[in-house]
Design a protein around this ligand. Structure first.
Ligand code: TLP
Length: 345
């Protein structure tokens, strides 16, 4: 049975063009800065994001954590949205590596604006209140159903944060999805941030890797921290070659994933007991509430799996399905049908 894997866009397999480029990649020792393919990827990523420099890192988590490290001091706080990846899914790494605590803020659909986040920022108060050093935003917002934050909103948050002497970091794991949904460029989204992380290995389809981007000095320091964390890699041009195809070729295909997610959401919305507003599905992530069907998400996952569909719950009530280029429209229709059989029983 061919599985329909909707657990994440991280499950995408490298395309034939990526595999060819990987086999033929020109390589060198990247710790000596001598891998021409890595150097090219870093230059192209910086260009596309319109930042001074960029760095290839093994994972989004390492990228985010290096940025948290460089944008904070121990004993300070990071303000962020309560469902954000940096807060929930990075193993408390910021406490371990950077000695910071988090101040989570709830945003409707994961979206914040200056009004909602400013109450969580401690600045210029009495000396015994933990000061904020960094604001991080996530665009698109994974666990808020792939919602996107308008450029104007993130721009205002960054400007106001900067005016208080704080830094701003973007977890742009899916920044290319956000750019399509917002009908803008990744450079426009990235512009107001001191640092940006994005992933090559999600919807863009590369097998491994993420990029961080910022000023030249920031990236020089980031390279030191990557080495300290054991992320100095050698002939890693074999991976960067796939990354180059990911940033040059894959973004234009994401629009199909968004259309598939919308169709999936519309199909699921018709099922008895399922709660989801398809209007709110803007990118490739579909989160829906199944509590009223009487099934738990663990039961739902197991039932789906027995019929060839892989999808995980994100809590006891909500399932997440993520579209990507390894799932086509026909498989989306099959998924809706299978979900109907399971959930409307
Ligand atoms: N997200 C994964 C899981 O960890 C939840 C997924 O399946 O969606 N930022 C965001 C917004 C992410 O969604 C992820 C991964 C990361 C950072 C971390 O990237 P990696 O997995 O490369 O460390």
């Amino acid at each position: 049975m061919e599985l329909i894997d909707l657990r994440s866009d991280t499950v995408t397999k490298p395309t034939p063009a990526m595999r060819r480029a990987m086999a033929e990649a020109e390589v060198g020792d990247d710790v000596y800065l001598e891998d021409p393919t890595v150097n090219r990827l870093q230059e192209r990523a910086a260009e596309i994001l319109d930042k001074e420099a960029a760095l290839f890192v093994p994972s989004g988590t390492m990228g985010n954590q290096i940025c948290v490290k460089l944008n904070t001091r121990p004993g300070t706080e990071v303000a962020l949205e309560q469902r954000s990846h940096i807060f929930n899914y990075e193993m408390g790494a910021s406490a371990v590596l950077s000695g910071v605590t988090f101040r989570p803020v709830a945003g409707e659909d994961g979206l914040l604006d200056w009004d909602s986040i400013s109450g969580a920022i401690h600045h210029g108060g009495p000396y015994y209140v933990t000061p904020t050093s960094l604001v991080t935003l996530e665009n698109s917002h994974n666990m808020a159903g792939g919602s996107v934050m308008p450029v104007k909103t993130s721009q205002e948050i960054c400007e106001r944060a900067h005016a208080l002497g704080l830094r701003a970091h973007l977890d742009g794991a899916r920044i290319f999805n956000a750019a399509i949904a917002l009908d803008t460029t990744v450079a426009e989204i990235a512009r107001p941030f001191d640092s940006v992380m994005f992933c090559l290995s999600k919807g863009l389809g590369a097998p491994v890797g993420s990029m961080i981007a910022g000023s030249k000095d920031f990236i020089t320091e980031a390279r030191n921290w990557r080495k300290l964390l054991g992320g100095g890699m050698r002939q890693v041009g074999v991976l960067a070659a796939a990354g180059l195809i990911a940033i040059e070729e894959s973004p234009k295909l994401l629009i199909e994933d968004h259309a598939n997610a919308k169709r999936l959401a519309e199909g699921l919305a018709e099922l008895r007991g399922v709660k989801i507003d398809p209007e709110r599905v803007q990118t490739n992530i579909v989160i829906f509430d199944i509590a009223e069907t009487g099934l738990t998400t663990a039961q739902c996952s197991a039932e789906l799996k027995s019929r060839g569909v892989l999808a995980n719950g994100i809590n006891a009530r909500e399932m997440r399905m993520v579209t990507h280029y390894d799932v086509n429209r026909e498989q989306i229709e099959q998924t809706i049908q299978i979900a109907r059989e399971i959930l409307e029983r």
